[in-house]
Design a protein around this ligand. Structure first.
Ligand code: PLP
Length: 399
């Protein structure tokens, strides 16, 4: 009999009884298009993040794409205007800038928390800068206080990429509650997952209506869901009917179904447990790996901030350690890894922007020496002991 190989993954999917029941209720209702589950999920998530409006859509990337597009439209930006993005992030952050015919301007990141470095933003602001896109990477907020101050000084909009962070606080405020719009992802491996999915959140009713319309082919705001003509007066119905098939923007088909919303709602019942379990796992890993602080930097938590630990980032800080050897050793032993969000050295970025890594020393070090392992809520202490043991074996053998 072949023994099943140990696998310690980056993310987890655990469909609870509540999730199953919710999905069965949706199926029994014979209604898949957005309805009461979607509405409840949007209202609950908005309130957890101190926002007036949340709109569910088919991915974090779609949310960011539309969010930036509506800011561009509302504030009359021109093609080629600039948006400041961190030099270390998932490609989607800056891809959406390019898709919107805007120009990403990279800023190096902090060497300890990996967020955009607020001290370096001002020198990258030009007469064409229109927005800053801080990213709350790995589950922890970027340093929003100085970022918002800078945005105010130069009259810039702030679009928060909160695809990797939800629920946690920064200076007492929920992550994703500072900028003009914040976008979240519920893709597999994220803090809550609906398979695919995303949210855009704002307090501005005009931006909220525009985003919802863009997610729905650019439809007239009067008819954005099939419930919009239920229980209305005959006078209102008379107004709705001609506008039902009216399109006021060049929109997208970025909608989801009630099934994803039903899955998401089930996880909202247990988000506190998810976060606290991830935090405990991360703390356990950090304690277990502390004896290797000569070789690696384990994640640091910002003062007055919480970390949701969507992922557990590690940076090799000793030249003697070869990252490829270390991650190959971990992978051979079933410990899944990823690089630590390299962006500016991606083949397509090099083709567009040239070999610019030397201008971003922290990003360059991260691109060469950073990687990620999982610390999700379904990992047990024995899984984490296993991971720590693999590090010990590697350092004994190679260091
Ligand atoms: C920082 C960041 N931004 C954007 C995204 C895009 O989200 P999605 O995969 O839902 O499109 C991700 C996805 O992992 C991400 O990590």
């Amino acid at each position: 009999m072949q023994l099943k190989k140990k696998h310690v993954g980056i993310g987890t999917v655990n469909i609870s009884d509540t999730a199953r029941k919710n999905v069965l209720k949706v199926l029994a209702s014979n209604r898949l298009s957005p309805g009461k589950y979607t509405e409840k999920l949007e209202i609950n998530l908005a309130s957890l993040h101190d926002r007036k409006f949340a709109i569910f859509c088919n991915s974090g990337t779609s949310a960011l794409h539309v969010a930036l597009g509506v800011l561009k439209e509302k504030f009359n930006w021109r093609d080629g205007d600039e948006v400041i993005v961190p030099a270390v992030t998932f490609v989607a952050t800056s891809n959406v800038v390019i898709h919107n015919n805007l120009k990403p301007v990279f800023v190096d990141v902090e060497s300890d928390f990996y967020g955009i470095n607020p001290d370096l933003i001002e020198s990258r602001i030009s007469t064409r800068t229109r927005a800053i896109m801080p990213v709350h990477l790995f589950g922890q907020s970027a340093d929003m206080k100085p970022i918002m101050k800078m945005a105010k000084k130069y009259n810039l909009k702030v679009l928060e990429d909160s695809a990797e962070a939800m629920f946690v606080k920064y200076n007492g405020k929920p992550v994703g509650s500072s900028g003009d719009i914040a976008c979240f992802s519920t893709y597999a491996t994220h803090l809550i997952t609906t398979g695919v999915g995303g949210f855009s959140m704002t307090n501005d009713p005009e931006l909220a209506v525009m985003m919802k319309s863009y997610f729905n082919h650019g439809r007239d705001r009067i008819y954005l869901t099939i419930d919009d003509d239920d229980s209305v007066s005959p006078k209102k119905l008379f107004e709705i009917i001609p506008r039902r098939f009216s399109f006021v923007h060049i929109g997208h088909s970025f909608r989801l179904t009630e099934i994803e919303a039903a899955l998401g709602l089930a996880q909202l019942d247990v988000w506190e447990k998810i976060i606290s379990h991830r935090q405990a796992n991360a703390q356990y890993l950090t304690k277990g790996l502390a004896k290797y602080s000569y070789y690696i930097q384990t994640p640091k938590i910002r003062k007055n901030s919480e970390h949701g630990f969507m992922l557990y980032p590690i940076l090799i800080i000793n030249q003697k350690i070869d990252r490829e050897k270390l991650i190959n050793f971990l992978e051979q032993n079933g410990v899944e890894t990823r690089y630590l969000m390299p962006l500016i050295n991606q083949p397509v970025y090099k083709k567009m922007f040239g070999d610019i890594e030397n201008n971003y020393p922290v990003a360059k070090a991260i691109n060469r020496n950073g990687f990620i392992v999982g610390c999700h809520q379904d990992l047990t202490e024995s899984d984490l002991d296993y991971v720590i043991d693999k590090f010990s074996k590697f350092f004994k053998k190679y260091a």
